[in-house]
Design a protein around this ligand. Structure first.
Ligand code: ARG
Length: 465
């Protein structure tokens, strides 16, 4: 680094070095060092291409590749001398390369800018992260499907408005989340397909006059093709916005399940107990078992949405092409992935080990006149009543039950016949929780037969067992 005053690589025209605070606000090494491997890969591909095109001598390329290998080894060994005063990972690598191989290092940046370099690294990193996160989603789906398989005939109240609605099966409830997560997973993979174009070779913003081969670097880095517009290549971050919005939706799903765990494990519901490994105690109230991980997942879902919003705010008013605002894209994106991944792991742990209480669920499922719809359906089916009339008749029977303080199945036949004289003993067959849930055999419905089919399909899809 003999480029003018001080330690910077761009200091040729500067008489003084940046102030300490300028360095502090400008540096991104603490964040972008996570892209070290991607940076090395990008540089290898770029140097190979320069050599292939005769822009770099074969000897210089060999020196550069050897130096990059040495740097990679230093990083693996934890020996790489990271220097925050060199601002970012790109300049750290280049400066170290210069120390290791001397003059050829200065030729690596030919026909390249940090603007295309950084976004190439960032696309590569995000591509890998999307893939990794999609596997965590699959693992959580596996946990849900296994627990659903054990609970195809575990009955519980289904809710709308959090009011008891109709009995459902726990397996059905858990598989609803497996479905939601499948959309999350495929959204993540969709992002990875769309982001997979190479910005490398866009240089600072306008392309370069050197006879580079952008197809060659794109292919070497596993991109489908080079990006067609250099301004777009260095200035766009919608790939990161898309990833963050997808994570935000995915985290929202985790948060809903987390909320259910909080409810189910409360003494008022008592549908489930989290094992010690997934509970915390209170420092003052000895009886407490707190579902902290579920609560934190709930809170972190908003954090991820906030990270998306912060990046959107950084991008929305930026004129083309690159501006330093974009440096913070990585901090936000890394944090969003780290946060979601932690939440997905914690959720998988809870789903794996939560102890359900089938008796409590069954008892709750019978409360709140949950089989009233079954009574109305019976009136339609057996007595030929129009549904609206059946609804009215049932409403009157529910009111009667309420008056007497009993559940529907405990209303006497005589009392029912006072409301509608044609009702027979047969009606009691449809008023149990089991009969109600088991009768819902329509495709996608809650009956144990349908749920068992769905579990089997899921197990096949996820290659479980
Ligand atoms: N550290 C910078 C970033 O992450 C690299 C790009 C710098 N480009 C520039 N024109 N100063 O965005």
């Amino acid at each position: 680094m003999n480029s003018g005053k001080g330690q910077t690589m761009w200091g040729g025209r500067f008489a003084a070095t940046p102030s300490a605070i300028m360095n502090e606000i400008n540096a991104s090494l603490d964040v972008d060092r996570r892209m070290a491997q991607e940076d090395l890969a990008g540089s290898r591909a770029h140097a190979d291409m320069l050599a292939e095109m005769g822009i770099l001598s074969v000897a210089d390329n060999e020196a550069i590749q050897g130096g990059l290998d040495a740097i990679s080894a230093e990083m693996r060994a934890g020996m790489f001398p990271f220097r925050p005063e060199l601002e970012d990972i790109h300049m750290n690598v280049e400066a170290r390369l210069k120390e290791l191989i001397g003059e050829p290092a200065g030729r690596l940046h030919t026909a390249r800018s940090r603007n295309d370099q950084v976004v190439t690294d960032f696309r590569l990193w995000t591509r890998g992260a999307l893939e990794e996160t999609s596997h965590l989603v699959t693992a959580l789906q596996g946990a849900l499907v296994r627990r659903a398989g054990d609970n195809v005939a575990t009955f519980m109240p289904g809710f709308t408005h959090l009011q008891t609605a109709q009995p459902v099966t726990l397996g059905h409830h858990l598989l609803a989340y497996a479905e939601m997560l499948e959309r999350d997973r495929t959204r993540l993979l969709d992002c990875a397909v769309r982001l997979n174009e190479s910005p490398l070779g866009a240089a600072a913003l306008a392309g370069t006059g050197f006879p580079i081969d952008r197809d060659m670097t794109a292919e070497a880095l596993g991109f489908a093709r080079p990006m067609a517009n250099s301004l777009d290549a260095v200035g766009s971050r919608d790939f990161a916005l898309e990833a963050l919005s997808t994570l935000s939706i995915a985290a929202t799903h985790l948060s809903r399940l987390a909320e259910e765990i909080v409810l189910w494990t409360s003494p008022q519901f008592a549908f489930a107990v989290l094992p010690d490994e997934w509970s915390t105690g209170s420092s003052i109230m000895p009886q407490k078992r707190n579902p902290d991980a579920a609560e934190l997942i709930r809170a972190k879902a908003s954090l991820i949405t906030g990270l998306f919003s912060a990046l959107q705010g950084a991008v929305k008013a930026l004129p083309l092409a690159y501006a330093k605002d974009l440096q913070d894209d990585k901090r936000l994106t890394f944090e969003a992935f780290d946060t979601y991944n932690l939440c997905a792991r914690a959720m998988a742990g809870m789903v794996d080990t939560i102890r359900f209480k089938p008796e409590a669920m069954l008892a709750a499922a019978g409360k709140g006149y949950s089989t009233a719809t079954d009574l109305a359906d019976w009136l339609v089916r057996e007595l030929g009543l129009p549904f609206r009339d059946a609804h009215h008749v049932t409403g009157r029977i529910v009111a009667l039950a309420e008056e007497k303080g009993v559940e529907l199945a405990a209303v006497s036949l005589g009392d029912m016949q006072k409301v509608h004289s044609a009702i027979t003993e047969d009606v009691f067959n449809v008023l149990t929780v089991e009969a109600s849930a088991s009768s819902r055999t329509s495709y996608g419905g809650t009956s144990p037969v349908r749920v068992a089919e769905q579990v089997a399909q899921w197990k096949q899809r996820l290659r479980l067992e």
